[in-house]
Every structure is written in structure tokens, then in C-alpha cells.
Design a protein around this ligand. Structure first.
Ligand code: 5AD
Ligand code: SF4
Length: 477
């Protein structure tokens, strides 16, 4: 049994990170024969991608995906959890409650929990006390050990908890079963060293570690060969890419080399404003296949709150970067994240955020009420603002950001834009959906032969969260 420890998780050592390779033990290839699995994923794209690895590993063990996608029929249920806000926490515990009932009826059900919540001391203690039926728990640093952890749990007939507090090496060649046939996630950097005071990620995902450039480029080249149209380069803070190398190779170099693979579309997320260089802006502007869409979380428009958050920039610095990007990258769409109700946020602080919205007029924004995360500095800060006041601020903020989503979408009506077609949308058999280069959801009529292609679509109508369009032609250029 290996339990998480926050003191350890907080440490940042100078230990060199090495590269290991995933190895599968063929002796385990029948462990799941005749059994089905269900993986429930909470949280961010990083977790979604981890679940793609998990599914591939489970299938190597002989487990089969569920034909009906109903967890009640599965032999193994694995929850890949998220710690970012209390809401995600509660959802996972709610699901554990339902699984407890299910297991009472179905004694052979195997239940596992992994992801960010597994890295939290309090969560693991709770599972050991109140959720004894959970067969196994593993953390974000030892995902690749899933086959062994599962085998040990089954052999020992008792709860097996294996969570490393400190990150290990980078593991290459973990198998992957991708969710999407044309769009792929590619990890480029793990962990985060920013320690924003509200954020639990530096504790759950460990120190910043960049994958080697060639490993990334080879993965993208293989995706191109397999017909993929889009890659999203993933990391908690992708702009810090390469800072841990002892050679000069940074995000701008990687972006350029990935663009040169000729994958039709390159996206990346998430970017911390602090590390966004002019060189990156130049590369994004230069390459047609790097999409004009940047997610740039601002979190607050008040310098006082930004300081308390430990964000390392002022509103002015953010705006300077924002305007520089908009000037140099044609048609750029910028999206953001905003937290309201951070401890001590006054009405004046909030008004600063509202003013920033008027200036930036974001194309998309994810807005949250501050959620105290145990072990982070902000969780200990005095917070006297009533929840009702925070809810009111969130409501006012959402009204304003929504206004600009619609306004920006309306500006697009009449233009012809490139769209990567995902498939049929839920509403009908003729209506397709896809995403523009600026990452806007668009619905339009067309036939199945367009799925997986980048085509030109004329925007005919704007809504707050999506566009309607008409198929125009094959891709131009
Ligand atoms: N409370 C509310 N929102 C948070 N985020 C991160 N931590 C918290 C928290 N404790 C938000 C930030 C971040 C996004 C991924 O989640 O806006 O950019
Ligand atoms: Fe969390 Fe992002 Fe700040 Fe890192 S940069 S601590 S992931 S909010």
C-alpha cells in the first residue's frame, strides 16, 4: 500500500527526469478475458487523454468495451477523477455511492479509482474508511502500472492502493485507444510549477516535465500517416515547454516543428500568460496550420486579486499580451478562464474583471466560483463573501461574456470559414457539426462523405454558443 502525501507532492527536486518505456507483460493478457469495462472520465482534456491510455491498457488485458455504454452492465468500472473544484469531487463520490449499491447486488464487480483525486490524502483516507469495496486506487504518476495494480488487487482479494506522491520518469509508448478518428490529443508537458494559490494541480500532477521533442514529433508524424486532421498539444501550462531541458528548445520551436509535419490543424492548451513569448506569437502567425485560437486564462481583472492568486502578471501586462496577439495573428479568437469570489474579492475587484471583459470581448470564457481546495494557500485565506453574492457576480459575469460570444459570432455571418467535420449532430441525420479554425461549433447540412474532412462552410446564422452554416465547397488552399 502506497498512500499520497501532500508534503512530498509539494516538493520540487532537481532530480533529472528520465525516459522509460511502457512494457507489457504478456502473462497478463488474459486477465480480463470475457469481462467488460467502463471508464468514467471527469475533468480536463489531460484526463480524457489519460482515459484513452487506460482503455488501451485494459484491452491489452483482454477486457472488452461495453456494447451499450451502461456502467451497470460492466464487470469493471474505473473512475478517472478530477480535483479542480468541489463539484467534480462530489460527482465522483456520488458515483462511488451508486457503485456501492451495485456491488451489493453484483459481488464480482471490480471498482477502481484513479486520476487527480487519488493524489489527495483526504480522499484516499475516505476510501480506506468508507469505501472498502473499491478494489484498487492508483494516481496520476503511475497510470502505466495499471495492469500490475489490477492484477495485485485481484490476487490479494483486498483493496490495493498505489499512489506515488512524487512524480516519476516520463513513460513513452503507453498504448492509446483514441476516442476520435480525426482529432488527437498529444501530451507535451506534464505537471505544473506555477503554484497559483487556488490551484491543486501542482500537487496532483507533480513538477513540470517536458516530453522530448522527437518523441512528440514522431507521434504527430504517425498521426499524419494515420489520416488524422488535428492535434491538440496538451499540458497544464504548455508555454513552459522545454524549460526543464538542458538544451535550448522551447514551445515556439516545438510549435514550428509540429506545424512542419503538415498535420492540417495544430491546437495547444493551456497557456499561462506569463510564459507566452513573442517567438510563439510569430510562429502562430506564420503557419497556416496553427489555428488562430488561443486559450489564455486571465482569472481576474483586479491586480490585487491577481497578486493574491499568485498569477505573476498584472491586468496591464495581460492586456498588452492580448493586444499584441490580436494585432499579429489575423482573425485570432481568444478564450479565457475566470474565477469569481476569490477570498477577499470586493465589488470593486469584481468591477475590474467586468471592465476587462468589455476590453477583451472574449470569444469564449469558462467561468467559475472559487472553490477552496484542501492543502492550497487560498483555502486558508479569509473569505467572508456570501455565496449568494458570489453567485450574483457569476451571473452578471456570464451575462456579459455571453453577450460578446454572440456579438463575435454575429460578426462571422456571411463569411466562409474552414470547418473540420466531426459527424452528425444529435438533432438529425442530415445535420453535420464541426469546428471552425477559430474553434467555433458550427452546424450545417451535408452528407456523410464530408465527415473527417476540412471543408468550407458559409456562416448563415449566429447563436451564443454555435453557428449555423451552409456547405460551400471543398477546402480552399
Ligand atoms: N476554484 C475555482 N476554479 C478553479 N480553477 C482552478 N482551480 C480552481 C478553484 N480552486 C479554474 C481556473 C483554471 C481552470 C482550469 O479551473 O480558472 O484556469
Ligand atoms: Fe493551476 Fe494553471 Fe496555475 Fe498551474 S498555471 S497552478 S495548472 S491554474
Amino acid at each position: 500500500m502506497l498512500l499520497p502525501n501532500y508534503q512530498e507532492a509539494k516538493k520540487r527536486t532537481h532530480r533529472d527526469v528520465e525516459i522509460d518505456h511502457y512494457q507489457f507483460d504478456p502473462a497478463l493478457s488474459h486477465l480480463g478475458d470475457g469481462k467488460t469495462y467502463y471508464v468514467k472520465t471527469y475533468g480536463c482534456q489531460m484526463n480524457e487523454h489519460d482515459s484513452e491510455n487506460i482503455r488501451a491498457m485494459l484491452e491489452q488485458l483482454g477486457f472488452q468495451p461495453l456494447p451499450d455504454d451502461d456502467y451497470e452492465n460492466a464487470d469493471l468500472v474505473l473512475l478517472n477523477t478530477c480535483s479542480i473544484r468541489e463539484n467534480a469531487h462530489n460527482k465522483a463520490f456520488g458515483m462511488l455511492g451508486r457503485l456501492k449499491h451495485l456491488k451489493a447486488k453484483k459481488k464480482d464487480l471490480i471498482v477502481g479509482l484513479c486520476g487527480c483525486m487519488a493524489q489527495e490524502e483526504g480522499v484516499v483516507q475516505e476510501i480506506m474508511k468508507r469505501y472498502r469495496f473499491v478494489n484498487f486506487v492508483f494516481g496520476t504518476h503511475n497510470l502505466h502500472r495499471l495492469p500490475f495494480i489490477l492484477k495485485d488487487a485481484l490476487d490479494a482479494h483486498q483493496q490495493n492502493i498505489e499512489v506515488f506522491s512524487e512524480e516519476g520518469n516520463i513513460i513513452e509508448d503507453v498504448p492509446v485507444k483514441r476516442d476520435h478518428p480525426y482529432k488527437a490529443y498529444v501530451n507535451i508537458i506534464y505537471g505544473c510549477d506555477k503554484f497559483c494559490t487556488y490551484c491543486i494541480v501542482p500537487y496532483t500532477r507533480g513538477k513540470q516535465r517536458s516530453r522530448r521533442p522527437l518523441d512528440i514529433i514522431h507521434e504527430v508524424e504517425q498521426l499524419v500517416a494515420d489520416g488524422y486532421q488535428e492535434v491538440t498539444l496538451l499540458g497544464q501550462n504548455v508555454n513552459a515547454y522545454g524549460k526543464d531541458f538542458d538544451f535550448e528548445y522551447r514551445m515556439e520551436n516545438l510549435l514550428e516543428d509540429v506545424a512542419k509535419t503538415n498535420i492540417p490543424r495544430v491546437r495547444f492548451m493551456t497557456s499561462h500568460p506569463w510564459d507566452f513569448t513573442d517567438g510563439m506569437i510569430d510562429v502562430i502567425a506564420k503557419y497556416e496550420n496553427i489555428m488562430p485560437s488561443i486559450h489564455l486564462p486571465v482569472q481576474s481583472g483586479s491586480d490585487r486579486i491577481l497578486k493574491l492568486m499568485g498569477r505573476r502578471y498584472t491586468k496591464e501586462k495581460y492586456l498588452t499580451l492580448f493586444h499584441k496577439m490580436k494585432e499579429r495573428i489575423p482573425r485570432l479568437a481568444v478564450s479565457t478562464d475566470i474565477i469569481v469570489g476569490f477570498p477577499g474579492e470586493t465589488e470593486e475587484d469584481f468591477e475590474e474583471t467586468m471592465k476587462l471583459i468589455e476590453t477583451c470581448q472574449f470569444d469564449n470564457a469558462f467561468t467559475f466560483i472559487f472553490s477552496p481546495r484542501e492543502g492550497t494557500p487560498a483555502a486558508k485565506m479569509k473569505d467572508e463573501t456570501l455565496l449568494s453574492v458570489k453567485e450574483d457576480r457569476l451571473h452578471r459575469l456570464n451575462e456579459r461574456v455571453n453577450h460578446y460570444f454572440l456579438k463575435n459570432n454575429q460578426k462571422m455571418v456571411g463569411s466562409i470559414v474552414p470547418v473540420l467535420v466531426d459527424g452528425y449532430n444529435q438533432s438529425g441525420k442530415t445535420s453535420l457539426f464541426g469546428y471552425t479554425d477559430t474553434n467555433k461549433l458550427i452546424n450545417f447540412d451535408g452528407d456523410a462523405s464530408l465527415i473527417g474532412k476540412i471543408v468550407m462552410v458559409k456562416v448563415t446564422n449566429a447563436k451564443t454558443w454555435s453557428l449555423d452554416g451552409e456547405y460551400e465547397s471543398e477546402r480552399v488552399g
